[in-house]
Design a protein around this ligand. Structure first.
Ligand SMILES: *[C@@H]1O[C@H](CO)[C@@H](O)[C@H](O)[C@H]1NC(C)=O
Ligand SMILES: *[C@@H]1O[C@H](CO)[C@@H](O)[C@H](O)[C@H]1NC(C)=O
Ligand SMILES: *[C@@H]1O[C@H](CO)[C@@H](O)[C@H](O)[C@H]1NC(C)=O
Ligand SMILES: *[C@@H]1O[C@H](CO)[C@@H](O)[C@H](O)[C@H]1NC(C)=O
Length: 288
């Protein structure tokens, strides 16, 4: 796919999933209605649920999840090693990462060092490899920032401030929602700083923001315009009618939904509700 892409992170507010688009039928459809609660051919089932107990010591927090996921983790790590060994066949790089990296990098901040040690011991993946995948400590891995924001910030403004200013390892979009009227924005980030913060604005009639995988001041790739259909369906929904049901309708409308859609998440920060559904987009449906 052309153009750069960013990782998308959603906090607290209603989510817009990734998908791909085409203007010509049969890959588009009229705004869907009455798709919620999820059922039928576009619903693949619930997402497994794990509780990470933050009251446990950091070393132990991930044991249950990682015991279940160890073999999947090893497959990912082995394919990464194969890529590296294809470029530098001696195996020296992997050996160095396995053995020397933990010492070279110093400790990760907060609870992360101990948590990763726990993950390394449970999965049998060397700590150096885990640290290598997650990045160095002074260029924060996005997962650490999202985690810190979710765990420790206590207001919309504080979360926005951290997501706007903390240095990142990679560009990203942060989608942030609060529990007060007008609290909602999309933050477009480069590594060093933010390029744009696009906020709700009732004076402009902007009661929602939509983010797909394009900077908002740029046109999407013409085969991948999910922004226009999503906005069109939201425009046909009255603001007072916005709910999990009407949001799920928007996110179930092709091409907002497409073959690259893995899951749909609905979040209501005020009610404390969070629902995730695995998705499918049976033919005819665009996507790679
Ligand atoms: C959140 O704050 C607590 C208390 O200060 C601290 O122990 C913990 O490490 C912090 N969590 C993260 C992810 O930084
Ligand atoms: C909104 O969030 C703040 C913290 O950011 C909290 O103190 C307050 O109780 C919340 N209000 C509602 C109505 O949930
Ligand atoms: C949705 O409504 C907004 C505000 O009226 C308007 O600016 C925008 O062009 C509309 N978009 C679509 C795709 O209908
Ligand atoms: C909002 O919901 C009400 C009650 O279900 C319905 O009568 C009305 O037509 C809806 N408005 C829009 C714009 O969909």
């Amino acid at each position: 796919m052309p153009g750069q892409s960013r990782f998308i992170f959603v906090f607290l507010a209603a989510a817009v999933t990734c998908a791909l688009a085409q203007h010509a039928p049969p890959w588009t459809e009229d705004c869907r209605k009455s798709t919620y609660p999820p059922s039928g051919p576009t619903y693949r089932g619930p997402v497994p649920w794990y509780t990470i107990n933050l009251d446990l010591p950091p070393y132990k927090r991930w044991h249950e999840l990682m015991t279940d996921k160890a073999s999947a983790m090893k497959i990912i790590v082995n394919s990464l090693k194969n890529v590296v060994n294809a470029f530098v066949p001696s195996g020296k790089i992997i050996q160095m990462v396995d053995q020397k990296l933990p010492g070279l990098l110093g400790n990760f901040p907060g609870p992360f060092e101990e948590e990763m040690k726990g993950i390394a011991d449970v999965t049998g993946i060397p700590l150096g490899v885990i640290e290598w995948i997650l990045g160095k400590k002074d260029a924060m891995w996005i997962g650490f920032i999202t985690r810190s924001v979710l765990e420790n910030t206590t207001s919309y403004e504080e979360a926005k401030n951290i997501l706007t200013k903390t240095k990142l390892l990679a560009p990203a979009y942060f989608i942030l929602g609060g529990n007060q009227s007008g609290e909602g924005c999309v933050i477009t980030r480069e590594r060093k700083d933010s390029l744009d913060v696009y906020e709700l604005d009732s004076k402009q009639g902007r009661w929602y923001v939509v983010q797909t995988n394009y900077d908002r001041w740029k046109s999407p790739f013409f085969l991948d315009d999910r922004r226009t259909p999503a906005k069109m369906c939201l425009n046909r929904t009255a603001q007072e009618n916005l709910s999990f049901a009407t949001l799920y309708d928007v996110l179930s409308t092709k091409p907002v939904l497409n073959k690259l859609t893995v899951f749909t998440t609905l979040i209501d920060v005020t009610k404390g509700q969070y629902e995730t559904y695995l998705r499918d987009c049976p033919d005819p449906c665009i996507g790679w």
